[in-house]
Write a protein that binds this ligand. Structure first.
Ligand code: HEC
Ligand code: HEC
Ligand code: HEC
Ligand code: HEC
Ligand code: HEC
Length: 193
């Protein structure tokens, strides 16, 4: 009886367990790939602010709000004051603008959810890219047409290096700016300082 059970465990149950584990691993590996890459990440924001409306339809310049992209390593998200330049008048009665005004009156920053992020041990710098004429869309996609911002490109090390090695394949306006452009660095300490 014991021998039969041992045989049964070894010959039937063990392969089933191993097979199931392999299937589960494979499925989670591939279905979570985008998430680990963060592609498609699109958190709901505290105010229904639309880039499609402001940067697209109204053609407000990206840098009217993201004032730091040319000057520093960090892009910035605008404070409520910038919104209030217009919304002290525009659409004041709409519920989302009433909410916006509450943050303003209470002097509270808007708790925008961060969409793109590289780990702390990576050095990324906006100004070195933007000042050379590399447009936001090469990395962030067509934000002008997004109601809610989502991550569309991967920011893994392989993805950074892919553009640094072959910028002509990744930068849409490469032909226009190439005289101004070096290849991106590939040595480790450029991005890991
Ligand atoms: C009227 C102000 C305004 C303008 C103009 C604007 N943005 Fe934004 N942007 C914001 C605000 C507010 C957020 C944070 C909320 C959100 O993610 O929608 C944001 C978020 C973003 C993010 C995501 C940041 C993160 O958390 O990773 C990107 C990328 C971005 N903007 C790119 C652009 C680009 C590209 C343009 C021009 C085509 C642009 N923005 C124009 C206000 C603006
Ligand atoms: C340059 C002026 C300007 C700035 C700056 C601006 N907005 Fe607007 N916004 C408008 C106008 C005008 C509309 C109405 C557009 C329409 O409906 O055609 C609008 C519409 C909106 C709406 C939709 C309101 C509704 O329900 O109809 C929201 C929400 C909003 N803005 C949030 C923001 C936030 C948050 C900021 C700051 C990050 C901001 N806006 C900065 C001019 C501006
Ligand atoms: C070469 C690729 C690249 C270009 C070009 C680029 N970004 Fe980014 N952006 C990133 C990366 C990578 C992050 C995440 C940075 C981090 O976590 O430190 C980011 C983050 C952001 C954020 C969140 C705040 C921050 O600084 O982390 C905003 C806002 C933003 N970008 C706006 C813009 C705008 C506007 C432009 C164009 C003027 C632009 N970006 C051009 C790659 C790029
Ligand atoms: C769309 C193309 C593209 C992407 C994507 C990109 N880069 Fe770059 N990067 C460049 C180019 C081109 C240069 C060289 C610009 C020059 O000096 O002419 C550069 C330069 C740099 C530099 C050198 C800065 C200095 O001080 O000289 C660093 C650091 C850097 N990139 C980090 C990153 C990181 C980290 C990522 C990924 C999160 C990234 N880049 C993604 C195109 C890109
Ligand atoms: C162009 C920028 C860039 C360069 C150059 C670069 N890295 Fe990275 N590295 C990144 C980014 C972005 C990440 C985080 C995202 C990820 O894990 O893919 C990273 C992550 C890592 C990690 C953590 C791995 C992990 O899976 O979390 C190690 C280890 C690493 N890099 C080593 C190196 C070494 C060694 C070199 C030189 C041969 C190098 N890197 C050159 C951008 C770069």
């Amino acid at each position: 009886m014991k021998k039969f059970l041992l045989d049964y465990n070894l010959k039937v149950r063990l392969p089933i367990i191993l097979f199931t584990a392999a299937v589960v691993f494979t499925i989670t590996y591939f279905t979570s790939f985008a998430e680990r890459n963060a592609i498609g990440y699109q958190p709901e924001q505290p105010i229904a602010f639309s880039h499609k409306l402001h940067a697209g339809a109204m053609q407000i310049d990206c840098q009217y709000c993201h004032t730091n992209v040319e000057k520093s390593s960090f892009a910035n998200v605008p404070s409520v004051d910038v919104c209030m330049n217009c919304h002290n008048l525009a659409r004041k009665d709409k519920p989302e603008i009433v909410k916006l005004n509450e943050y303003y009156e209470q002097g509270k920053p808007l708790p925008w959810k961060r969409v793109h992020r590289v780990p702390d041990f990576v050095y990324f710098n906006h100004s070195v890219h933007v000042n050379k004429g590399i447009d936001c869309a090469n990395c962030h996609g067509d934000v002008k047409n997004m109601d809610v911002v989502a991550q569309v490109n991967s920011f893994t090390m392989a993805a950074c290096l892919d553009c640094h090695k072959n910028p002509e394949n990744r930068i849409a306006e490469f032909k226009l700016i190439k005289d101004n452009l070096k290849k991106g660095p590939e040595y480790c300490s450029a991005c890991h300082r």
